[in-house]
Design a protein around this ligand. Structure first.
Ligand code: F6P
Length: 364
């Protein structure tokens, strides 16, 4: 069994902590980095940042991170370290290259900030003896054991603001507006933004939809000349046999390529109901720009707690936001399964769907 035997740390007073950011970017990533650097520096440690996720580890491509260098990062979107979805286990020499980088830089702890792909890789590294711990990151909020991931709240704010703007143009033209949002294989962004934005209907992967039911409810609603907003998660699926969608295609990392379901739903609504229908795909706008105040706090808290876990050499741990507290769980447990939309919350959202609107549905 291949096992890493890291050289013992050479420094007594402080250690070297490395950080990497992997997977899709998210608002708040830089705030996590700033939190790590501030706490680690206060603990007398040194921090470096590998560039472009695990790629930077394999390439031994890193930058020094210090308090001065982190000025302005609290509010800055994206990640100053860059990110990729590259996985060292997809290369024969990946592990050895990572080992070489750890030893060349005397890395005593690595904080991997990423989604289920980056964290699963961190878990495999940990099992090989690498001193690694994780911080959950994704706008999708699909990582287990943490109630919230930073970036999610900002994505919901962005999508909600967009939905609010679409209401007025839909009402002006008495149109059906279909809004496709991100979220990969779960519907957290769609559910929260649909509820916050007063959507007529919200379609999510966790609850396959019947396009005929969607059209029938819109037909009934539009008898009173009222515009509709349909929020569709990019991973939403029709009930098999009710609606033809193209076969899945895959990206270079083997992930299903998502996107396009919104336009398919809009086209079918238009064909079945005859209503003027338009589609808006929010796409990467949901990942861009400054983190919200909530995400700045959450991301900073994740970063500070990660530095404390590194100081405790609590490897294999993932920082998790639970019941208003930051706890430490095991990466292995967190990445076991995706976190799906809470059925009770979706039930609350459903109260406002047009299909349930007996009485006066003209008030969203
Ligand atoms: O995981 C975050 C996310 O934005 C998903 O919501 C989306 O499906 C995916 O990343 C897009 O991946 P990429 O940035 O590689 O196109």
């Amino acid at each position: 069994m291949w096992h890493l035997e890291l050289a013992a740390p050479h420094r007594v007073e402080g250690v070297k902590i490395a950080v990497l950011t992997g997977g899709g970017d998210a608002p708040g990533l830089n705030a996590v980095i700033r939190g790590v650097v501030r706490q680690a520096t206060a603990d007398g440690h040194e921090v470096i940042g590998f560039r472009d996720g695990w790629k930077g580890v394999m390439d031994n491509d890193w930058i020094a991170l210090d308090v001065q260098g982190c000025r302005g990062l609290l509010t800055r979107g994206g990640t100053v370290l860059g990110t990729t979805r590259i996985n060292p286990f997809m290369r024969d020499d990946g592990r050895d290259l990572c080992k070489a980088a750890f030893e060349a830089n005397n890395v005593d702890a690595l904080i991997a900030i990423g989604g289920e792909g980056t964290l699963s890789c961190a878990q495999e590294m940990y099992k090989l003896g690498f001193p690694v711990l994780g911080v959950p990151k994704t706008i999708d909020n699909d990582i287990g054991l943490t109630e919230m991931t930073f970036g999610f709240a900002t994505a919901v704010d962005i999508a909600t603001e967009a939905i609010g703007r679409l209401h007025t143009t839909a009402e002006s033209h008495d149109r059906v507006m279909v809004v496709e949002v991100m979220g990969r294989h779960v519907g957290h962004i769609a559910t929260w933004a649909g509820l916050a934005g007063g959507a007529t209907l919200t379609l999510i992967p966790e609850k396959p939809f019947d396009i005929n039911e969607v059209c029938a409810s819109l037909t009934e609603r539009h008898t009173r000349k009222y515009a509709s907003i349909i929020v569709v998660a990019e991973g939403a699926k029709p009930i098999p046999g009710t609606f033809n969608v193209p076969a899945d295609t895959f990206d270079e990392f083997g992930h299903v390529k998502l996107g396009g379901i919104g336009e398919l739903v809009a086209t079918e609504i238009s064909a079945q109901t005859g209503f003027e229908t338009r589609t808006t795909v929010l796409g990467y706008v949901q990942r861009g720009g400054e983190p919200s105040a909530f995400d700045r706090v959450l991301a900073t808290w994740f970063g500070v707690e990660a530095a404390r876990a590194a100081d405790d050499r609590d490897f294999g741990a993932m920082i998790a936001y639970q019941c208003g507290e930051m706890n430490r769980v095991r990466i292995a447990d967190a990445v076991e399964d995706l976190k799906y939309v809470n059925e009770k919350l979706y039930g609350v959202a459903s109260v406002f769907f047009t299909t349930n609107a007996v009485g006066d549905p003209d008030v969203d």
